[in-house]
Design a protein around this ligand. Structure first.
Ligand code: CTP
Ligand code: CA
Length: 233
């Protein structure tokens, strides 16, 4: 869409978007990471800025992506750094969107020097510990009227469908909106297109049609502006 065709319905709204995948270091040259490209988070930040929002983009590791115009970019690496940056930006925000792929666990120990093959007989074991749940922390400390959005990638399994898992996660996380990507072969990771559902705490369940990540971003910001409008009345 041409920029002048976009609504300016986020004028002056303060938005924080997290994007990309965190890296949890094992030693100076190795880490545990994930396959997040950062494209969805960057599209969310770009579209919000085009619609008039003040955007802080807290970004972990991504593919080579252009900085979204008109946003303040805060680069981080680990889950704990992401937590600190998001929490500090969230203190003054109307909307927080957690699109980052946050590592659930990190190695207990990070070696100061490169680990050598010969350091370990027998072969080493990596012991992990849990990272903070940033989204849960945001919900706990939510400002009056603040809107908090989570993202989840789900597959169906023997205990339930993608949508079943999504409903349970929305309840567990306590956020206002949850975007759920159905993942499987060739979906969501490292591709231009996403498909899934947008669920709200109020019970809305919107199927998000297959489309570009900018389209998913537009759908999410439409839902956010609808919530903002209702809260200001
Ligand atoms: N998230 C977070 N902090 C974490 C892990 C996840 O803030 N330590 C956020 C993600 O950014 C996302 C949402 O929580 O917006 C859901 O992430 P997901 O990994 O699906 O949820 P988990 O509770 O970690 O559940 P799972 O066991 O399925 O990984
Ligand atoms: Ca997780």
């Amino acid at each position: 869409a041409r920029p002048d065709a976009l609504p300016r319905d986020l004028d002056g709204v303060r938005v924080v978007v997290s994007a990309g995948g965190t890296r949890e270091p094992l030693d100076p040259v190795r880490h545990l990471g994930n396959r997040s490209s950062g494209k969805q988070g960057y599209a969310l930040a770009r579209v919000a800025a085009q619609r008039g929002a003040h955007v802080t983009l807290v970004t972990a590791h991504t593919d080579a992506l252009p900085e979204p115009a008109g946003t303040e970019v805060v680069p981080v690496s680990t889950a704990r750094q992401l937590a600190e940056a998001v929490e500090s930006a969230a203190a003054g925000a109307d909307v927080v969107v957690m699109a980052a792929a946050v590592a659930d666990f990190r190695p207990v120990n990070t070696a100061e020097h490169k680990i050598k093959k010969t350091d370990h007989t027998p072969d080493p074991t990596i012991t992990l510990t849990r990272n903070p749940d940033i989204l849960a922390g945001l919900v706990e400390r939510r400002r009056d009227g603040q809107i908090i959005v989570g993202f989840a990638a789900e597959t169906g399994d023997e205990t339930g469908s993608v949508l079943d898992h999504a409903r349970a996660k929305l309840k567990r996380k306590g956020c206002d909106l949850l975007v759920v990507n159905a993942v499987g072969e060739g979906k969501a990771f490292e591709v231009e297109e996403n498909t899934g559902w947008l669920l709200s705490a109020e019970g809305l369940e919107q199927r998000i049609p297959l489309g570009a990540k900018a389209q998913l971003a537009a759908t999410l910001w439409d839902a956010v502006t609808a919530l903002l409008r209702r809260r200001s009345h």
